[in-house]
Design a protein around this ligand. Structure first.
Ligand code: ADP
Ligand code: MG
Length: 393
């Protein structure tokens, strides 16, 4: 079984389950992946740069269009009956549980003027681990958005799909996320990492054939999610905005790396917090540039230390790491990995580790042993193979 097969639910399986559930066959089956971010963290809402790659893990949805204004959604991964809603009655922030993600997409589409009022029947199943910082929520939103775009012949572009999915999560579910996760799920391509400019959503597909270079990118899911993370994202975001205001720029993306020292000098010395956030964002945007240069030069191994440097910045300046994530980076480094960093929102979730393919098993073993030694629950470790973005199956 290939890595991709192992992490994918088959279209036939989801289609059959739809038929068993609703009593008729779906119009089609769509898939959208989870992601890991290679570098560029908390830079998306600063209109900076990120470099995610899609995972082989996907949310797969069988969908049919309706014409009576009813939306029915069901997940194979959640115990419970079909959730039935009326399209006209969709209300933001109404605490609809998991169904808020697909329902939010229908709401966002209508709010943007797209005629999807007929409704739909949706059955989905996902192999993206939930709450692990791998964007299971974005996968759910994007697969729903793509299916509806196809069924209602909206012909939405990848950026439009991502923005609508983000709006669903921000305004309907109530999670203030940036646009990286949805863009990664919508626009990534197999064998590539996505160089995304979060200002104008322009993308460049950068070839990323780690296996061809004898390398492996491991994902280590710590399986922890510290409650601290809930308010921290909004706090970091507000701090970044305060930094941009104090520096007279619209977003921190507009502070060139070469001007970082003088920018820091210009910030009120009293608030060390804002200075740290500015330093993280401006230096992480620069790390994206460095990774691009290294990849362009064919020096894939050279990105290892840049990843580890990025982790230190997230740990010490942004302060969104946690003991489990720090231990992954430390243990992987001690076991000979080329570099490692936490990925995603922080306070738990997952880390990425770049290692020689020949060393990957030993590195994974060392991380597991370090976790056992520290009394942490066993992490889940798997290779991140750069996979395709959202698609009809
Ligand atoms: P992440 O996106 O990092 O996995 P989030 O907290 O943003 O974590 O999103 C996780 C939520 O998305 C879950 O709590 C659930 O509501 C929803 N979700 C994800 N996958 C599924 C699924 N397969 N079935 C139903 N709901 C899901
Ligand atoms: Mg999410």
């Amino acid at each position: 079984m290939s890595a991709a097969e192992e992490f994918t639910v088959s279209a036939a399986e989801v289609s059959d389950a739809f038929t068993a559930l609703y009593g008729y066959a779906p119009a089609g089956v769509w898939a959208a992946p989870g992601r890991v971010n290679l570098i560029g963290e908390y830079t998306d809402f600063n209109e900076g740069f990120v470099m995610p790659l899609a995972l082989p893990h996907t949310a797969v949805a069988a969908v049919a269009r309706r014409d009576d204004g009813i939306l029915r959604v069901h997940s194979a991964d959640v115990a419970g009956p079909v959730v039935e809603l009326t399209v006209d009655g969709l209300t933001p922030l109404s605490d609809g549980g998991w169904a808020a993600y697909p329902a939010g997409v229908v709401w966002a589409l209508r709010d943007a003027g797209h005629a999807v009022g007929g409704g739909a029947d949706v059955h989905l199943a996902s192999t993206v681990p939930t709450g692990a910082g791998l964007s299971s929520s974005a996968a759910l939103e994007v697969v729903t958005a793509l299916a509806l775009s196809d069924l209602y012949e909206l012909r939405l572009t990848r950026s439009e799909l991502a923005l609508l999915a983000q709006r669903a999560e921000n305004a309907f579910v109530g999670v203030p996320c940036g646009v990286m996760d949805q863009m990664a799920s919508a626009a990534c391509e197999a064998g590539h990492v996505l160089h995304l400019d979060c200002r104008d959503l322009s993308v460049r597909q950068v070839p990323f054939d780690l296996a061809g270079d004898g390398l492996t990118l491991l994902v280590v899911d710590t399986r922890v999610k510290h409650a601290l993370g809930d308010g921290a994202y909004a706090e970091r975001r507000a701090g970044c905005e305060a930094g941009a205001r104090a520096l007279g720029v619209s977003h921190l993306r507009d502070v060139p790396f070469a001007e970082l020292p003088s920018a820091l000098d210009r910030l009120p010395g009293a608030d060390d917090r804002v200075r740290r956030y500015v330093r993280h964002v401006v230096s992480d945007d620069h790390r994206v540039e460095r990774v691009i240069s290294l990849l362009n030069a064919g020096d894939v191994r050279g990105i290892g230390p840049v990843l580890t440097e990025g982790h230190a910045s997230l740990r010490d300046d942004l302060r969104i790491s946690c003991p489990e994530l720090d231990l992954v980076v430390e243990a992987a480094g001690a076991a000979g990995a080329l570099g490692a960093r936490m990925t995603g929102g922080g306070f738990g979730g997952s880390a990425v580790v770049l290692a020689e393919a020949a060393d990957a098993d030993a590195v994974a073993k060392s991380v597991r042993e370090a976790f056992a030694g520290a009394g942490f629950a066993a992490p889940r470790v798997f290779p991140a193979v750069a996979s395709a973005g959202a698609r009809r199956l």
